[in-house]
Structure formats: C-alpha cells, structure tokens
Design a protein around this ligand. Structure first.
Ligand code: CUA
Length: 340
C-alpha cells in the first residue's frame, strides 16, 4: 500500500511537470501564429513533430516485435541461414530507401516554408534594426532625412501591409525573434539579413533576442505594436515632430541637467544640442511602453530607478550611474516624462 502511494505521488509529480507550463501559458507563441509567415513556421514545426513522432513510434514498435520474437542462438553461430539473410537484406534496403525519402520529404517541407518566409514582398514598409548590447535601434529610413524616425525597442507597424526588417549589429551577433509573427533571423556585424512579415491583427506582440549575446541577453526584449493604417500614420506623424519643449521651470532645469551631464554624450533628443549616438534616441522616450529594452515597464518611478541605479537593474549595460543629487534627478524626470 505504501509503495502504491509513493508511485501515485511520482506519477502526479511527473504529470504536473509536463502539463503545468501548457496549462499556465497555453500554446507557445510560435504555435499561435498571427501572420502568414508565422503560419509557415508553425506548419513546419507541426509537420516535423508529427513525422518524427510517427518514426519514433514505428521504431519502438519494431524494437518491441524484435524482442518479442527473439530466437535462441543456433548451435553453430557461424552457420548461415541464406533465406533469412536475404529477407534481412531486403528489410534493411527498404528501410534505407525510406530514410532517404523521409529526408527528402522534410527538405521539401522546409523549402516550401522558406518560400513563404523569404519571398519578395510588394509595397513593403522597410525598417532598419541594429542590435546593440543590449537594446534594439529602430530606424524608419526615408529618402527625405526630415521624414526619418529613430526610436528603440518598440516597433510600430501597420496591419495588413508587409514589413521588411533589415537587420544588422553594432557589436556581437544577436537574433531577432517575435515568435507569433515570424521565424528568427540573426543580426551579424557587417551583414544585412532580412525578415518580412505581414501582421493580420492589431495588437502587441512581444519577443526577445534569441542568440546569447552577453550578460544581459535575457534583458533584450522587443515589442511590436501592430496598429491600423490611420493609427500608424498618426504615430509616425507624432514621432516626426522635434522633442517637446520643457513645459515647467523644473522641466527646464531638467533639460539643463540632461545637456550638462553625460546624458547628452550618449543620447539624442532632436531639436536640442543632445546628439549622442551610443544609446537609444530619447526624443519621444515617454511615448514608449517599456524601459531598458523591456526590462521595466515605462513610468516615472521606474525611470527614476533606472537613472539612479542602472547597474543594479541591468548589470554590464553601458548606462552609467551619474550620481545625481535628488533635486537634479527630480528635475530630470520632469523633463524626460515630458518627451512624449
Ligand atoms: Cu542580443 Cu541576445
């Protein structure tokens, strides 16, 4: 009775471990695709899984039959049973041919998915993405420089229109992956890779860097905001505006702190003398929903924490602690929170 109880506990524990992640989170995002390209990837995952499961089951069944029907060793181990040898030879030849066919079938499946993933897209919106340790620079380029937008970590796109991401890196290899929208693609210094996808539904799609790129690899989140064409046009128009002028005396003092400290060496605020390129463009910082590439939700308190103790929040990030006095920090927050 006691051993049955222990067995029951073990079974419950194993079942819990296997089913809890699915029960808690539903299907992984890559299996709940929201774009034709994501569907191609999900189809590939299901196809490979189904075929490999079938092969696994057949191999185990074959093993079980072989064990069930095993024969005792003959008296003379060197004696040849020619008819049996010929049957074995045929079985092995058929299995080798089947293996070849299965490999070809998987290759064809993979090729079909790649046609969907990397096929040319007409009238695509092109966005340049540059990977940095540990954030994403997002640039909407235009032949007219006054129409170029530079932002970070949060990518706004219109629904229903193909989007082509041109990917490269400023330092080490990163990998761009928003699982419900597309497959992965690496960002490699000195190379340009492309990803194209078309979001069907408005919504927020989160992803992350998918290639280990250093200490804060896990804090390199991506957020894609898919919105209607008119919402996207409005967002674009707002981003094209120069930074809002500080509205209060405290915000004005904050701007002076920003321009008089190391902030301005690393960050750009368009329309001001701050033109640093090492960190994210902060012209419309307060319009974004997260801080430090998805490490914190955006808010005054989180921004205060990030500025006061960046190394405590994201050890190894390039952002230094500026040791600001409390009144300087307060004024700086008033200024930054106004950069809508
Ligand atoms: Cu960037 Cu991992």
């Amino acid at each position: 009775m006691r051993s049955r109880g222990a067995w029951g506990v073990i079974r419950a524990a194993v079942a819990g471990v296997l089913t809890a992640p699915l029960a808690a989170c539903g299907l992984p995002a890559a299996l709940a695709p929201q774009t034709p390209q994501g569907e191609a990837v999900a189809g590939l995952i299901w196809g490979f899984t189904a075929l490999c499961t079938l092969i696994w089951v057949l191999v185990l069944a074959g093993l079980a039959v072989a064990l069930w029907r095993r024969r005792l060793a003959p008296a003379d181990p060197l004696a040849l049973d020619m008819p049996a040898e010929r049957r074995m030879g045929t079985v092995v030849a058929v299995l080798i041919a089947l293996t070849g066919l299965i490999v070809i079938a998987l290759t064809v499946l993979s090729f079909a998915a790649q046609r969907e993933l990397f096929g040319p897209a007409r009238d695509a919106l092109t966005i340049d993405i540059v990977g940095h340790q540990w954030w994403w620079q997002v640039v909407y380029n235009s032949t007219d420089p006054s129409q170029t937008i530079s932002t970070a970590n949060e990518i706004h796109i219109p629904v229903g229109r193909p989007v082509t991401l041109k990917l490269t890196s400023a330092d080490v290899i990163h990998s761009f992956w928003v699982p419900s929208l597309m497959g992965k693609a690496d960002l490699i210094p000195g190379r340009h890779n492309e990803l194209t996808f078309t979001a069907r539904k408005a919504g927020i799609y989160d992803g992350s860097c998918a290639e280990f790129c250093g200490l804060q690899h896990a804090h390199m989140g991506i957020r894609v905001v898919a919105e209607t064409a008119s919402d996207f046009a409005a967002w674009r128009q707002a981003q094209l505006q120069p930074a809002a002028a500080p509205a209060t005396p405290s915000a004005q003092q904050g701007q002076a702190v920003f321009q008089g400290s190391a902030c301005a060496f690393c960050h750009t605020v368009s329309g001001t003398s701050a033109g640093g390129q090492a960190g994210p463009d902060l012209t419309h910082l307060a319009s974004r929903s997260t801080l430090a590439a998805g490490t914190l939700p955006f808010g005054r308190g989180q921004l205060a924490a990030w500025i006061s103790d960046p190394q405590g929040i994201k050890t190894g990030a390039q952002m230094p602690d500026l040791h600001l006095a409390p009144e300087q920090l307060n004024a700086l927050l008033d200024y930054l929170m106004g950069l809508k």
